[in-house]
Design a protein around this ligand. Structure first.
Ligand code: AMP
Length: 547
């Protein structure tokens, strides 16, 4: 690991042993590193975070924090990305072998911008998709994308999505797997299919693209693939007409598909129900665990259902530490040169010191110039593969509803929504997407949960859903505060159809890429624009009477 300037700043003086490293280098967050990263982006010539200059910047989706972040990207991170992909593929292919064919990958690139210092900046996934090594690796894994580059790198995601679907249908017999970075994009793709399938069939029948595809590069790339094929159009029409509520759509369209692949854990779990509906018996396999900042672990148990998926940490792609969440904060005296100061720092443990059943926050030191970087993710150790821990993703640490002494996490919200959604599932309806915030404009403040639902539900059922949500938040601080009215009744706000699409469009407008999009589950006060979209689209609201 190359830590030239860090060595100087923290007085490592050439020492590379873990004890000196931990004693000298403090834990940092993105905010601490921002000035350094900004200097890199502005074209600083001297080595700042790594000895070899950083030539590319990744822009994190920022959907969890509301604001995109810059992080360094370099060849070493690209190499670890491929290592993770190859590792999980080796395990996956033993249990679910794929044959020579193609992959229907719903992948999209963000716009690539140039920073002030002339560095290319794009989302981490775009940086990976643009790299020539990525294509080679996909070919070696028999997972080449069936869509041409012009579609993946197309400037408009609506048009790219339509073309991905079209390519999938053209190569329908060859498709071995359906994938995306996060499962959300697969669900969005097939929801879109439900709307546009007749148009897709017309295009295939006549061999001519609809006028909705306007970008010349995309049109000409697609024209090379599209030939009049009335038999295929008839076949797809027949298959679609034969389905009941689109159950089993994916295997019906792609008879040779072996599995569906994408990140399905954490904030992707709420989309699993819909994905299973489209997939019928086709296995769902969760993809690996990583972030724009760097990779962490590979899914080496692909036959486990996504709800139980774990990620084995690849110990050679970084130096990983874990802050135990059970332990209390300890006081440390730090001697930083001639200045002594007292800081409150939780003491992290090393990779092999973690305990099964315990929860931790992940800290990364990696080849991308991050040193003791607090990722903000909470994981639980489920076991060990040889000596490396297998982690279950729990939630983001900072996504939290809190008013009083309560601390409800993203996972608490997810479970509450899952429970309440059962009440509308009885009417064959579903929660398409959801979010939340705390409303402290009332006294006492209260939780607000926003739901977009797939159809009309009676006031009576929605009132029940609202009560169920309120009862399902299990955090002790929440329950006791509700009992004494220190937190007001939970409010369920039902938003109009298409509201969450507007939120997606808002993020894409900011330069995010669909490939990395995650619906913000808790909209904080700094995320005004998203809160505005939600509030402007409220159709009905209900207050709980559960307490
Ligand atoms: P970003 O870099 O903005 O695309 O997002 C990275 C974040 O996505 C991570 O810090 C996690 O919170 C989440 N994430 C990535 N991989 C997984 C996974 N396999 N399971 C659950 N969450 C994940």
């Amino acid at each position: 690991m190359d830590a030239l300037s860090i060595c100087k700043i923290w007085g490592l003086n050439g020492r590379t042993d873990p004890e000196s490293f931990k004693a000298c280098v403090p834990l940092v967050t993105h905010k601490d590193l921002e000035p350094c990263i900004q200097r890199v982006a502005d074209g600083a010539f001297s080595p700042i975070l790594t000895r070899k200059p950083i030539t590319t910047i990744s822009i994190s989706s920022g959907t969890t924090q509301g604001k995109p972040k810059f992080v360094p990207f370099n060849d070493e991170l690209m190499e670890t990305t491929l290592q993770i992909f190859r590792t999980s593929f080796a395990f996956r292919n033993k249990e679910f072998p794929i044959e020579n064919g193609r992959a229907l990958q719903f992948i999209y690139s963000s716009k690539q911008i140039k920073t002030k210092g002339g560095l290319f900046a794009g989302t981490a996934t775009s940086n990976v998709f643009r790299n020539s090594q990525f294509r080679k690796a996909m070919k070696a894994m028999q997972s080449e994308c069936c869509s041409p580059d012009e579609v993946i790198f197309g400037p408009d995601f609506h048009q790219s999505l339509y073309c991905h679907l079209l390519c999938g249908l053209i190569f329908h017999e060859e498709i071995q797997l359906v994938s995306s970075t996060f499962a959300y994009s697969i669900v969005l793709a097939f929801r879109t299919f439900e709307q546009v399938w007749e148009e897709l069939c017309d295009d295939i029948r006549e061999g001519v693209l609809r006028s909705r595809i306007t970008f010349p590069s995309v049109r000409s790339a697609m024209a090379k693939l599209l030939k009049p094929n009335p038999e295929l159009a008839d076949l797809i029409e027949k298959k679609c007409s034969g389905l009941s509520n689109w159950y089993g759509l994916i295997p019906e369209l792609f008879p040779n598909v072996k599995y569906i692949y994408g990140i399905m854990t954490g904030c992707m779990e709420p989309y699993l129900k819909k994905l299973r509906h489209y997939a019928a018996d086709v296995p769902l396999i969760s993809a690996d665990y990583g972030s724009s900042e760097g990779w962490i672990g590979a899914n080496i148990n692909p036959s486990l259902p996504p709800e139980s998926a774990t990620y084995a940490v690849l110990p050679n792609i970084g130096y990983f530490e874990f802050i135990p969440l059970k332990e209390n904060v300890e006081e440390h005296m730090q001697d930083n040169g001639n200045v002594s100061f007292l800081s409150m720092e939780p003491k992290p443990v090393d990779l092999t010191e973690v305990r099964v059943g315990e929860e931790y926050e992940v800290i990364i030191t990696n080849f991308g110039g991050l040193y003791r970087y607090k990722l903000g993710d909470v994981v639980k150790v489920m076991g060990f593969h040889n000596s490396t821990p297998e982690l279950k993703f729990v939630c983001r640490r900072n996504v939290m509803l809190a008013i009083n002494i309560d601390k409800s996490t993203e996972q608490d919200l997810q479970l509450a929504v899952e429970e309440a959604a059962k009440l509308i599932a009885k009417e064959k309806l579903e929660v398409i997407d959801f979010s939340s915030n705390v409303d402290v404009s009332t006294d006492p403040g209260h939780y607000v949960v926003f739901w977009e639902i797939s159809g009309e539900v009676s006031d009576e059922v929605l009132t029940e859903c609202c009560n169920c949500l309120d009862r399902s938040f299990v955090d002790g601080g929440y329950v006791s505060s509700r009992k004494v009215d220190a937190i007001g009744p939970l409010e369920l706000r039902v938003v109009r159809r298409g509201t969450f699409q507007k939120i997606l469009d808002h993020y894409l407008g900011l330069g995010a890429a669909l490939s990395q999009f995650k619906t913000p589950r808790c909209v904080g006060p700094t995320n005004n624009e998203v809160l505005q979209i939600l509030c402007d689209n409220v159709a009905k609201n209900y207050f709980s009477t559960a307490f």
